[in-house]
Design a protein around this ligand. Structure first.
Ligand code: ADP
Ligand code: MG
Length: 701
C-alpha cells in the first residue's frame, strides 16, 4: 500500500500535535473530522486480520499472524536488558513472546495458565518461534467477523476511539449517491458499487476479501471512492471556472484601438525573432485578452524558453488599450531584472513604468504609488509589494505572475482580493518554469487554461551535466579556471539550510573564501539571503556586468536570473535539492551560444550509503535536459503532495486517488463533471460539499 498511501492523510498522521493533547475530540477536529461524512470518508490505511487464528504448526517465518495458546512460562530476566519472557503453547508448538517494556498489569495478564491471543510478526530461529512485542489479549469471546481497520491518526487519538467515531459517522452520514446510476463508470463490465456499499465495506471488510486488493486500492469499493474523490475535484474546479466566466473583463483587443501597433513595434524592436512556440502562445494570450471574460491562463515553459518576452507582448496589448499591466515576481533580484528588461524594451516606445519592492525608500515608494494611482505608469513591475494594501491601481487590466509556483496560497488570495472589487475583473497570466505533468494539469489545475512553450530559442547548446563526488572538488575548480580563462562566468550554488540560517551563511562564506583563494585571477562575489536588498542588487549587477567571474550564492538565484555569459554552474550538496529545483537552477546556464556545464557535487559525508542513493537520483538529472521529463520523475519520487508543496495546493490534495495509476478514473471524472453540473446541479453541489466541505476556500486561491 505504501506507494499509494494517501499523502494528505500521512501528513496529518505525522503532524505533531500540541504537547498536551486535550482530548481525542480535539484531535478529531484537528484532523478535519468534523461532520459524520468526514468521519465516514476517513478510510483505513490497512487492516489487521484478527478473524483467524493460525496454528503454530502452519505459520511461516516473517508472517504477521494471530496465535492462541496457554501461557506455560512467564518470567522476568536480566539478559543485558530487563525483559519479560513468556512461552505460549497452542497444542501444536510453542512460541516465545518477548517484551522489553511492560507494566505489572501486563505481566499479570500473562500469568502461567492464562489463555492468550497474541498478534505480531513471527520469526523462526534456533530457539524456535518468537514474537517481539506482540499485541495480545485474553482469549475470551468469539473471533471478530470483520478485519480490523487501522486508521491514519495523530497523537492523542487512540485507534479504538477513532474506530468508534468512524463507525458512528458511517451510521449517521447521508450516503445517498450523487452520481446517477447510468453515469457510473464500469470496470470490465461490472456495475460499480454504491457509495453506501463501498464505505460500509471498507470500514468493515469481510475476512473472505483478498487483502491485496484492499491494500493496492484496486478493490471495487476503493475504485468507487477514488472515482468520487476525483469527481469532487473536477466539479469544484469546473465550478470555479464557470464562476469566473460569469465575470466581466476589459476587452484588450487590437481592433478598435491601436493595440496592434505597440505590440508590433515591440516585435520589430526585439533583437530576435519569436520562435514558433512563442508565436503560438502569444496568439493564445491575445485571443484571451480580446474576450470580455477574464483570462486565467498558465504559461508553462522550460527554463530559458523565453517567457518574459511573452509577458511584455501581452503587456503591450493591455497598455495600448489605455490600461495598466502589473508584473509580479517572487524575488527582488528577479523583479529588478524584469524591470530592467521591460524598461529597455518598452520605454523607447513611450511606455511609462513604475517599480515596487519591499525594500524601497519611502520617498521613492510614495512617488511610485502616485504614478500607479494616477495611471501615469501603465506598467508596474515588482515583488509581492504590488499586492499590498496601499497600492491602488487606476485601472489594472492585466496581472502577470512570474514563477507563480513560488507564491503561497496567502499571497495568491491577496492578489485575488486585489483584483476583485473593480467593475471589471483583470485578466490573469501565470508563468512557471516548473512544468506540470499532464495528469496534475488535468486535476489540480483543471480550472486553468494552459499554454506550453515546447521549444527553446535557437542557438542554444545543450547543458552537459555531471554528477561528481565532493571529494573531487579540486578537479572541479580546475574546470572552472578553464571557463574563466575564456572570459566566461561561473555560478557556485550552496544549499539553503532551512533549520539554520547561520549554518547556511557560514557554508556559503566558507566556499567563498576557498574559491577566492583558489582563483586569485578573478573576483568572486557572494550573494545570500542576509544581505540587504541594495547589497544584493549591487552584487548581482556586477555579475551581470562581468566584473565578477564567480558568483557564490545560496538559492536566491534559483528563479529566472538571466546572465547569458555564465557557462558553468556548480551545485554543492546537490543531493539536498529536489529534481525540479535542480533543473531550475541548472537553467541559469546554457543561455548563450557557448557550451555550458553543470556539476552536481554530492557529498557522501558520514553516510556513504545515503550518498550512493542520492547519486542514483542525481543521475536522472544528468540523463535529461527536459523539464517535463524531470518533473515527471520528480512527481514519481516525491508524490504530488511534495511536488506541489502544501503552500501551493492548500488543503485540496487528493487523499485516495493516485494520478499516476488512476488515469481511467480521472478521465471518467473529467467527462462526468460537466454533465453533472449541467443536468444535476443539486447533486453536484451536494457532491462537492460532501468531499470538500470547508476546504473550498482554498480551492479558489
Ligand atoms: P524564461 O522562460 O526562463 O523566463 P527568459 O524569458 O528569461 O526565459 O529568456 C531566456 C533568454 O532567451 C533571454 O535572454 C531572452 O532574451 C532570450 N530569448 C527569448 N526569446 C528568444 C528568441 N525567440 N530568440 C532568441 N533569444 C530569445
Ligand atoms: Mg523567467
Amino acid at each position: 500500500m505504501d506507494s499509494r498511501q494517501n499523502t494528505n492523510m500521512m501528513l496529518q498522521a505525522a503532524k505533531p500535535t500540541s504537547p498536551t493533547p486535550s482530548g481525542p475530540q480535539k484531535v478529531l477536529r484537528k484532523l478535519g473530522l468534523l461532520r459524520p461524512i468526514d468521519l465516514a470518508l476517513h478510510l483505513p490505511l490497512r487492516y489487521e486480520d484478527e478473524t483467524r487464528i493460525v496454528s503454530l504448526r502452519d505459520v511461516r517465518d516473517g508472517e504477521t499472524v494471530q496465535i492462541e495458546g496457554t501461557v506455560t512460562v512467564c518470567e522476568v530476566r536480566q539478559r543485558g536488558q530487563r525483559q519479560l519472557l513468556v512461552t505460549l503453547d497452542d497444542g501444536t508448538e510453542t512460541c516465545l513472546l518477548r517484551f522489553f517494556s511492560f507494566y505489572p498489569s501486563q505481566q499479570k495478564a500473562l500469568a502461567v495458565g492464562n489463555r492468550i491471543r497474541a498478534r505480531g510478526e513471527i520469526k523462526g530461529g534456533l530457539l524456535g518461534w518468537q514474537m517481539m512485542h506482540p499485541s495480545f489479549k485474553s482469549a475470551q469471546g468469539d473471533l471478530p467477523l470483520a478485519l480490523t481497520p487501522v486508521y491514519p491518526t495523530a497523537a492523542g487519538l487512540p485507534q479504538a476511539y477513532l474506530r468508534r467515531a468512524v463507525q458512528g459517522g458511517l451510521a449517521r452520514a447521508d450516503l445517498a449517491d450523487t452520481v446517477p446510476a447510468e453515469n457510473l463508470y464500469t470496470i470490465a463490465g461490472q456495475a460499480a458499487w454504491s457509495l453506501q456499499q463501498a464505505l460500509t465495506f471498507l470500514h468493515n471488510p469481510t475476512p473472505a476479501v483478498a487483502l491485496a486488493t484492499l491494500e493496492d486500492h484496486s478493490h471495487p469499493a476503493w475504485q468507487r471512492l477514488k472515482a468520487e474523490e476525483l469527481l469532487a475535484q473536477q466539479l469544484s474546479q469546473l465550478q470555479a471556472k464557470r464562476e469566473r466566466a460569469a465575470l466581466r473583463a476589459p476587452v484588450l483587443s487590437p481592433q478598435g484601438n491601436d493595440g496592434a501597433p505597440l505590440q508590433q513595434r515591440l516585435l520589430a524592436a526585439l533583437p530576435f525573432q519569436l520562435t514558433r512556440a512563442q508565436r503560438r502562445v502569444s496568439e493564445e494570450i491575445a485571443s484571451d485578452l480580446a474576450r470580455a471574460i477574464p483570462m486565467h491562463r498558465l504559461l508553462q515553459g522550460d527554463v530559458g524558453s523565453g517567457k518574459t518576452v511573452l509577458a511584455a507582448l501581452a503587456g503591450a496589448l493591455c497598455i495600448a488599450a489605455g490600461r495598466q499591466c502589473a508584473l509580479m515576481a517572487p524575488t527582488e533580484i528577479l523583479a529588478e531584472q524584469h524591470f530592467r528588461k521591460l524598461v529597455g524594451w518598452l520605454e523607447p516606445l513611450g511606455v511609462k513604468t513604475a517599480w515596487l519592492t519591499g525594500s524601497q525608500k519611502v520617498k521613492e515608494r510614495r512617488a511610485m504609488l502616485a504614478l500607479i494611482a494616477s495611471g501615469e505608469a501603465s506598467l508596474v513591475v515588482g515583488t509581492h509589494a504590488i499586492i499590498q494594501d496601499k497600492v491602488v491601481f487606476r485601472d489594472l487590466a492585466l496581472a502577470i505572475i512570474d514563477e507563480q509556483h513560488r507564491f503561497g496560497v496567502a499571497q495568491r488570495l491577496a492578489l485575488r482580493s486585489k483584483l476583485q472589487g473593480a467593475v471589471l475583473e483583470p485578466h490573469l497570466l501565470m508563468m512557471t518554469a516548473t512544468p506540470i505533468p499532464r495528469t496534475l494539469a488535468m486535476s489540480y489545475y483543471a480550472d486553468l487554461d494552459v499554454s506550453t512553450l515546447d521549444e527553446l530559442p535557437p542557438g542554444r547548446t545543450p547543458i552537459t551535466t555531471k554528477v561528481v563526488s565532493d571529494a573531487r572538488r579540486d578537479e572541479v575548480i580546475r574546470r572552472m579556471r578553464d571557463q574563466l580563462a575564456q572570459g566566461r562566468q561561473v555560478y557556485w550554488v550552496c544549499p539553503l539550510i532551512e533549520e539554520s540560517e547561520a549554518l547556511d551563511l557560514s557554508n556559503a562564506t566558507e566556499t567563498h573564501a576557498q574559491l577566492s583563494a583558489a582563483l586569485p585571477e578573478v573576483t568572486v562575489g557572494l550573494l545570500h539571503s542576509r544581505l540587504a536588498p541594495a547589497e544584493k542588487k549591487a552584487v548581482m549587477a556586477s555579475f551581470v556586468g562581468g566584473q565578477l567571474g564567480v558568483l557564490v550564492s545560496t538559492t536566491v538565484i534559483e528563479v529566472g536570473v538571466d546572465v547569458p555569459n555564465a557557462s558553468m554552474m556548480v551545485i554543492e550538496h546537490a543531493e539536498r535539492f529536489g529534481l525540479s529545483q535542480l533543473h531550475q537552477l541548472r537553467g541559469r546556464v546554457g543561455r548563450g551560444a557557448a557550451a555550458s556545464a553543470c556539476v552536481l557535487l554530492y557529498s557522501t559525508g558520514d553516510a556513504p550509503r545515503l550518498g550512493e542513493m542520492a547519486r542514483e537520483r542525481l543521475k536522472a538529472m544528468a540523463q535529461s535536459n527536459d523539464g517535463f521529463e524531470i518533473a515527471r520523475r520528480d512527481l514519481e519520487i516525491r508524490g504530488p503532495g511534495e511536488f506541489l508543496g502544501a503552500r501551493q495546493s492548500g488543503a485540496a490534495l487528493l487523499r485516495f486517488a493516485d494520478l499516476l495509476t488512476d488515469t481511467a478514473l480521472l478521465d471518467w471524472a473529467r467527462q462526468q463533471a460537466p454533465l453533472l453540473l449541467d443536468h444535476y446541479p443539486v447533486q453536484a453541489r451536494q457532491h462537492i460539499d460532501r468531499w470538500l466541505g470547508a476546504q473550498l476556500e482554498y480551492l479558489k486561491a
